[in-house]
Design a protein around this ligand. Structure first.
Ligand code: GLN
Length: 261
């Protein structure tokens, strides 16, 4: 009898200790305050005016960089940005190396299967962009020619979806800068780029290209996290975005880069 009692008592003590340990662990996870964390945010690196290197200061600037800064300030969270390129950012969020990304990233139903998005903050579509002396005036003129796209972008998807119909081939580049360069150098006759981005590059004299026709597939850019992770970050982004829209800061940031809110 006595030994049974001792066993029962020992078991009870063990279970209590295990219980306390488990409770301690889960409490810790639940109680982590987002304000104590430094979020790792990935971004593109040559996508003016959303994110690009300001050579004078050696800092990344642009609409996305300023919106994120204003939103983080409004919501009181800390972050650091890694400007690694668009496709690498998609990979970093997917692998959990990054907590989120802001990179002129279009919100699509397909991407929603693997990312959770914030509210949209800027509408943009894609447009056919050609070398100034190529004589390309329509998609039909691309027959038998090669077209540049940027890896994993909407422009690349669009080109892929119409290439058989119009009979062109595709060469893929990592960055927008390399994609433009391949067209100005004549390696490809055209590329597909986000309308507001290529228009900015042309208007600022940074690239000698021209757009052809209207933009297609207009949709909103959003801040993204890996699906099912960092819900508080999306919530803070949305709240901060609403606040900076209400206080005029959003409009000011867009205007600085030549856009109307
Ligand atoms: N908006 C485009 C996309 O989401 C391009 C983004 C980019 O090149 N940074 O695919």
């Amino acid at each position: 009898m006595k030994s049974k009692k001792i066993i029962a008592l020992t078991l009870a003590v063990i279970m209590a200790v295990v219980g306390v340990i488990f409770a301690g662990c889960s409490n810790k996870a639940e109680k982590e305050d987002p304000k104590d964390k430094t979020y790792i945010i990935y971004s593109d690196n040559a996508f003016a005016p959303f994110e690009y290197l300001d050579e004078a200061t050696n800092e990344y600037v642009g609409v996305d960089m300023e919106l994120l800064a204003a939103i983080a300030k409004d919501q009181g969270f800390k972050y650091e940005v890694h400007n690694e390129g668009f496709d690498p950012s998609l990979g970093a969020v997917q692998s959990g190396q990054a907590d989120g990304m802001i990179a002129g990233m279009t919100i699509t139903d397909e991407r929603k299967e693997i990312f959770d998005f914030s509210d949209g903050y800027f509408e943009n579509g894609q447009v056919l962009t050609v070398g100034v002396n190529t004589g390309i005036e329509s998609l039909e003129d691309l027959k038998g020619k090669s077209v540049a796209v940027k890896a994993a972008t909407m422009g690349a998807d669009y080109a892929q979806s119409i290439k058989d119909q119009y009979g062109f081939s595709i060469n893929t580049y990592e960055g927008s800068d390399q994609m433009y360069q391949s067209v100005t150098s004549g390696s490809n006759v055209a590329c597909f780029e986000d309308y507001a981005v290529i228009t900015y590059a042309i208007n600022t004299g940074n690239v000698n290209l021209k757009t052809v026709g209207e933009g297609v597939n207009p949709a909103y850019y959003g801040f993204a996290v890996k699906k099912g992770t960092n819900p508080e970050l999306i919530e803070m982004f949305n709240k901060g975005l609403a606040n900076i829209k209400a206080n005029g800061e959003y409009e000011k940031i867009l205007a600085k880069y030549g856009y109307q809110a």
